[in-house]
Design a protein around this ligand. Structure first.
Ligand code: RIB
Length: 275
């Protein structure tokens, strides 16, 4: 009989463990994997293709039973060569692997419309890295909503990289050039950077400039003012991905191949005007 080598381990590749979105996701994967007696090997790729490739080699050498991938850097051919059960989590690949993501496009429209509803008309968007599919889906949601509202102005798109520091610098630069009364940041880390920039330049939040982020990480409740956000079901995303991977490893049928989970608007002080 053929002997299939198993190790009771799985690999989880994330792009940036310093981004507070990922610890919660990792926690969920680990919790579920523990129930089934699997150990999780965590790899942090720093969004670098070379690092991802290196980790994949190592994971293969360790005979992992499956991989959960939250990255966009890899070429499709490389991914299909792995020949291990795999689930794509949070950042969709244009590949037919099972996937668990949240409604990035819908969430971005919701955020933009919320800023409009509280009176903002010059709404800027801090975009995540352009190679990351969910960043582009959020950008498209923002753009379509702005077009429908008759407010679209491409100069109000600020390029970020999902990290706080760059967002802060980019917002300072944008505020020096343009009149902006609302900011929709593509993730919460960048919303924190935007808040710092706006306050440093002497504007009031939300009276002069309202800010909303994306993710729903606990940090958004710790800022002054507290930040509004589009909350993603981060824990559920990780837990569902882990369950799907287990099913694949055990050769069981999947009820569904692609999960798109709903997001929720959380309104806090940073977008509460005139109450
Ligand atoms: O916070 C960074 C982003 O990366 C999150 O919004 C999440 O969706 C991930 O892809």
């Amino acid at each position: 009989a053929l002997f299939k080598k198993t190790s009771k381990t799985i690999g989880l590749i994330v792009p940036d463990i310093t981004n507070p979105f990922f610890p919660e996701l990792v926690r969920a994967v680990e919790d579920v994997m523990n129930i089934y007696d699997y150990t999780v090997i965590l790899c942090n790729s720093d969004e670098k293709t070379e690092k991802e490739k290196k980790y994949i080699e190592v994971l293969k050498q360790k005979y992992v039973d499956g991989i959960i991938l939250t990255t966009n850097q890899l070429e499709l051919e490389e991914v299909s060569e792995w020949n291990v059960p795999m689930v794509v989590l949070d950042r969709p690949l244009s590949h037919n692997y099972p996937s668990v993501i949240a409604d990035n496009y819908g969430g971005a429209r919701l955020a933009t419309k919320h800023l409009y509803d509280i009176g903002c008309r010059k709404i800027a968007h801090i975009q995540g890295p352009s190679h990351v599919v969910n960043a582009m889906e959020r950008f498209h949601g923002y753009r379509d909503e702005m077009m429908e509202l008759g407010l679209w102005d491409e100069r109000l798109v600020i390029l970020g990289n999902y990290q706080l520091k760059k967002a802060k610098e980019a917002v300072i630069e944008a505020l020096n050039k343009y009149d902006i009364d609302g900011i929709f940041a593509g993730n919460d880390a960048m919303a924190v950077g935007a808040l710092k920039a706006v306050q440093q330049m002497g504007f009031r939040v939300p009276e002069d400039i309202a800010i909303i982020g994306y993710d729903g990480i606990p940090l958004t409740e710790m800022t002054t003012p507290e930040l509004s956000t589009i909350s993603q079901p981060i824990y559920d995303m990780g837990a569902i991905a882990a369950r799907i991977l287990i099913k694949q490893i055990e050769g069981k049928p999947l009820e569904k191949l692609h999960y798109v989970l709903p997001v929720e608007l959380v309104v806090r002080q940073s977008t509460r005007r005139g109450e």
